[in-house]
Design a protein around this ligand. Structure first.
Ligand SMILES: [Zn+2]
Ligand SMILES: [Zn+2]
Ligand SMILES: [Zn+2]
Length: 134
C-alpha cells in the first residue's frame, strides 16, 4: 500500500493508507458509504473518504465502476476485469474475458472523430441461476 502511494507520488497519510488497504483486501467495488462504515471510530469520516477517493481516481489508482447501485463504486485499476451482476439479488461475479480491444479497433476504423481509445468499462446485468428458479 505504501509503495503504491509512493509510486503515484502521493503523500502517505493514515487515512489514505487505511482506505487503500480496504481495497486491496476486499478486491471488490466499494462505495464511499461502504468505506465510511468500516471506520466506526470516526477518525475517517465521509468527507475524508470522498476526498481520498477523488485523489486516488485522479492518480489512476482507483477507477469508478457503475454497478447501477445508488452510489458509485470504486476499485483498484491494477487488475483488468469486468463484472456481471444479478439485477434481482445483486450477487456479482467478475470475469477477465475481454473483447473490447477488437471492438475498439472497429469503432475507431469507422469513426470520423476518434483516433484512440484510452480505457473502457463493461459490466453485464443479468439474472443468476437461483433467481431464475424463483
Ligand atoms: Zn471488480
Ligand atoms: Zn440473483
Ligand atoms: Zn476489458
Amino acid at each position: 500500500v505504501e509503495k503504491l502511494l509512493q509510486k503515484h507520488k502521493l503523500k502517505v497519510t493514515p487515512a489514505r493508507e487505511a482506505i487503500l488497504k480496504l481495497f486491496s483486501y476486499d478486491c471488490k467495488p466499494l462505495s464511499a458509504e461502504d468505506i465510511a462504515q468500516r471506520f466506526t471510530n470516526k477518525q475517517i469520516n465521509l468527507v475524508t473518504v470522498y476526498r481520498t477517493l477523488a485523489t486516488f481516481e485522479k492518480a489512476g489508482i482507483l477507477k469508478q465502476v457503475d454497478l447501477r447501485k445508488d452510489a458509485i463504486s470504486y476499485e483498484l485499476t491494477n487488475h483488468h476485469h469486468h463484472h456481471i451482476v444479478c439485477v434481482r439479488c445483486g450477487i456479482m461475479e467478475t470475469f477477465e474475458l475481454c473483447g473490447i480491444g477488437k471492438i475498439s479497433k472497429d469503432v475507431l476504423k469507422h469513426s470520423k472523430q476518434f483516433k484512440e481509445v484510452k480505457e473502457h468499462s463493461l459490466e453485464l446485468f443479468g439474472v443468476c441461476r437461483t433467481c431464475t428458479k424463483r
